[in-house]
Design a protein around this ligand. Structure first.
Ligand code: FMN
Length: 190
């Protein structure tokens, strides 16, 4: 069995984040060929291109963490119908310096949870646009717009509703297929 390393980025910095809970659920339900490591974003300064000549340790750590994984899974809230600034800041750091974009040919998928019925759909469209520009081959389908109910997820990411668990398990299985397909055509350059 070929295994793939997945870096997951939680777009929320909140300690009580429902998207962090969702990320735990996704890891629990993922197929065995996927191994997970968080790509942390909370300590990054705000990016500007003056840093490009000499990235600070936080920026280098982010790029090293993405370089060390085969794929990236974004688990993000929706803020004001877009992605949180902290997530956009992290993507900006990883996409630079010019000519050293960490997302080039790096397979990715996008998912998110919100208490509302739209379930981060608008934020995900925004994120897809950003990742498209960053040349990351994204999983197109299935899409996953999760309306978060506290009685469905435990804080540890156990999913108590079987329909939701089946949906998320299938999402992760499809992500595994997507990662394998992309890396077959575009082997990682390390
Ligand atoms: C600044 C801000 C903007 C928000 N904008 C939206 C929004 O556009 N759509 C939405 O569904 N929820 C929105 N919410 C509610 C979030 O979905 C909710 O706070 C959610 O718990 C955030 O995810 P997290 O718990 O993973 O941080 C917003 C929350 C904040 C703090």
């Amino acid at each position: 069995m070929t295994t793939y390393r997945v870096g997951y980025i939680v777009g929320s910095l909140s300690q009580k984040s429902i998207n962090r809970i969702l990320s735990k659920a996704l890891i629990r339900l993922a197929p065995p060929e996927l191994e997970f490591a968080e790509v942390p974003i909370k300590d990054l300064p705000l990016y500007n291109h003056d840093y490009d000549a000499d990235y600070p340790p936080e920026g280098r750590a982010l790029k090293d963490a993405i370089a060390a994984v085969d794929a990236v899974l974004f688990v993000t809230p929706e803020y004001n119908r877009s992605i949180p600034g902290a997530l956009k800041n992290a993507i900006d750091w990883a996409s630079r310096p010019w000519g050293d974009n960490s997302f080039t040919h790096k397979p990715s998928a996008v998912i998110g949870a919100s208490p509302g019925k739209i379930g981060t759909a608008v934020a995900q469209q925004s994120l897809r646009s950003v990742l498209g520009f960053c040349n990351s081959p994204q999983m197109n389908s299935p899409e996953a717009y999760i309306q978060y109910h506290p009685d469905v997820f435990t804080e540890d990411g156990e999913v108590l509703d079987e329909n939701t668990a089946r949906f998320l398990r299938n999402y992760m299985a499809e992500f595994g297929v997507h990662v394998a397909r992309v890396l077959t055509v575009l082997p990682p350059q390390r």
